[in-house]
Design a protein around this ligand. Structure first.
Ligand code: ADP
Length: 630
């Protein structure tokens, strides 16, 4: 029994192929985690790295509290079950299961006990004397599982264990493996390309594509709240339907227009978290709607489909149609992007060639940005954008007039107005603004207040309890706002991290007659002592080239200490103090001319400073392959 933790794991094969990118997950003891994705997405590579069969290029892997990056597979206390069973043909089932225990030189009594127990759990007690060739595929896979069980491992790793079985047996073994997991109360990590297996077995699922994790979530969240179009299309059968649409808000409704000319109306409330710029009818977005969430209507709905094929499955019917009204022959000729699949419970009296009126359940729609393919309908919106006007050092915003801090005045350069994006995290107690609370939602244990601004909402995370109907008084962290004037971003919010480029070196010294190595991050004229383990890691990953390479050093702003000019550190010139009202920053120029921001007080008056950083607070990223090394 053990937790398994992957922290920023990368795999770059010797041929330069980057198979796994920045994979991080905390797998809790007793979880059943499934890695799923199309062939080649890096599932097996990740599993093999956990098993110790594949070297980790960068990142840390823990089993329990132990760092296992360099631990031999046999010492990791894990058992792996493969798709091809890998049984010894000349040995009986008993001997196959006893094999690893014999290697451990366990007493014969103990071996017998463990094999018999495992055989009982798997229902293969009668077959212990048989050879594998006298058994069916399902039975052989049970033996393969048995071989893992007898070892009583902390973690079970299963690599497509059911893919050699026929559909019926696969379904049966799925349930058996789920039961086995409950019985053994051990961590299971399971790889499959089959989303049905993933959805039915996993307590959490990792969806992967081309080496990148797309989403880690429970089966229900993947189904109901897919992060992007890929996850939306990959999870669920029949597949989610996707259509290009535009959205145009008209009062309390939003008109959704398909490129076939079809139009339907949605209540504004269901899309109120979508950024306003998508709601003026001029930006194409991708609508996703599952076949289960479309109904056939008896009235004119504005959206019709020509029925091409109907599959009557008894308990449900699947209708394949085309929303541009094409017949089956026409639809076959053109990949129109207008095909639709509808799933109806029970039997339907619908025939090919019929024209149906369709009703889309507005509560169940998904919307994705056409370019990034990321959802634009999130529980927690990035922010909401409202117009502000400026006059004589004042900002008129959200119905209040507030002082415009110096840093903003300077950057806005006399602009009369701008669109201001406010993220939900920018709210602080204060008296600058007051807005009416339309609703309060509990999202993952946090309180998100929907505040009325005209006929739209502003979204605010609030710490104290607020109630629907009350007036919320607040101030905004000015450094978290984004200002867009004349379609150009004139003020970016201040991020939390800074980056500088540097090199890496080592120095020998003697301590108590012993040779000791120190490693250093050489950044802009300063040599910062690197944690020893990171020094070895850089050396291990890049070999001796690490002493010639340049690296990207990334650190959080709150890890920066500013010291006087005569103190050690990175020399920097204070170019400017940026006063954001409730925060201030010093713009610091370092030797190469690069600049970074450090938090200071408004009255900070130094001209020359030293930037002090601890090696512990610095992340090292490779510059040639985009990769976090440590
Ligand atoms: P999956 O299990 O999701 O099908 P894999 O983890 O097996 O994917 O492979 C991920 C990617 O890495 C694939 O593009 C594959 O071709 C590549 N790959 C796998 N093994 C090696 C190897 N030994 N050398 C180079 N590339 C490899």
């Amino acid at each position: 029994m053990a937790d398994v933790r992957l922290s920023h794991i990368y795999k770059v094969y010797d041929n330069g192929h980057k198979a796994v990118n920045d994979f991080s997950i905390d797998i809790k003891d007793k979880e059943f985690i499934v890695f799923v994705g199309p062939s080649g997405c890096g599932k097996s590579t990740t599993l093999r790295m956990i098993a110790g069969l594949e070297e980790i290029t960068a990142g840390d892997m823990f089993i329990g509290d132990t760092l296992v990056n360099d631990m031999e597979p046999r010492d990791r206390d894990i058992a792996m079950v493969f798709q091809n069973y890998a049984l010894y043909p000349h040995m009986t089932v008993f001997e196959n299961m006893a094999f690893s225990l014999r290697n451990q030189h366990l007493p014969e009594e103990e071996i017998k006990k463990r094999v018999n127990e495992a055989a009982k759990i798997l229902g293969i007690e009668e077959y212990l004397d048989r050879k594998p060739k006298a058994m069916s595929g399902g039975q052989r896979q049970r033996v393969a599982l048995g071989r893992a069980i007898v070892r009583n491992p902390k973690v079970f790793l299963l690599d497509e264990p059911l893919s050699n079985l026929d559909a019926k047996l696969r379904a049966q073994m799925r349930t058996e493996i789920t039961k086995l997991h409950k019985k053994l109360q051990t961590t299971f990590i399971y790889v499959t390309h089959d989303q049905v297996e993933a959805m039915t077995m996993g307590t959490r699922i990792v969806v992967m594509k081309l080496g990148y994790v797309q989403q880690i979530d429970t089966p229900m969240n993947l189904y109901n709240k897919p992060y992007n179009k890929f996850v939306a299309g990959f999870i669920g059968t029949p597949q989610m339907n996707f259509f290009d649409v535009t959205l145009n808000r008209v009062g309390e409704k939003v008109e959704m227009a398909f490129d076939t000319g079809a139009k339907i109306l949605l209540p504004y409330e269901v899309v109120c978290k979508v950024s306003d710029h998508y709601l003026h009818g001029d930006v194409k977005v991708c609508l996703g709607i599952r076949p289960d969430h479309i109904a056939i209507s008896g009235r004119q709905t504005g959206l019709t489909c020509m029925v091409n094929v109907v599959e009557h499955l008894g308990n449900e019917s699947i209708i394949y149609g085309d929303i541009s009204g094409q017949t089956v022959e026409q639809a076959e000729q053109i990949e129109s992007g207008h095909q639709i699949i509808i799933k109806v419970v029970g039997d339907v009296d619908v025939e090919s060639g019929q024209l149906l009126n369709l009703e889309i359940n507005p509560e169940k729609i998904h919307l994705f940005d056409s370019e990034t393919e990321i959802t634009i309908l999130e529980d927690i919106p990035h922010g909401a954008t409202f117009e502000a006007t400026f006059q004589e050092g004042k900002m008129n915003f959200l119905g209040s007039e507030v002082a415009l801090p110096a840093a903003l005045q300077e950057k806005l350069q006399g602009a009369k107005s701008a669109k201001v994006e406010v993220p939900p995290t920018a709210f602080i107690p204060g008296e600058d603004y007051k807005l009416y609370v339309h609703d309060v939602q509990n999202i993952d244990g946090k309180k998100l207040a929907l505040l009325n601004v005209g006929d739209r909402y502003l979204f605010a995370f609030v710490k104290r309890t607020v109630h629907k109907g009350e007036t919320l008084h607040f101030s905004l962290q000015n450094d978290k706002l984004r200002f867009v004037a004349d379609n150009e971003v004139v003020v970016e919010p201040i991020g939390e991290e800074e980056t500088l480029i540097g090199t890496f070196s080592k120095k020998d010294r003697r301590e108590n007659h012993q040779r000791v190595i120190d490693f250093f991050y050489n950044i802009e004229g300063d040599a910062i002592l690197a944690p020893l383990k990171n020094g070895y890691k850089l050396n291990q990953i890049d070999g001796n080239a690490c002493y010639r390479n340049q690296y990207k050093y990334v650190f959080r702003r709150d890890a920066i200490t500013l010291a006087p000019e005569d103190a050690p550190g990175i020399p920097a010139t204070v170019k400017e103090i940026l006063d954001y009202g409730n925060a201030a920053y010093a713009l610091l120029e370092v030797a190469s001319g690069e600049t970074i921001l450090a938090s200071v007080t408004q009255d900070f008056a130094e001209q020359q400073v030293k930037i002090q950083l601890s090696g512990e607070d610095i992340q090292v990223h490779s510059l040639d392959v985009e990769m976090r090394i440590c």
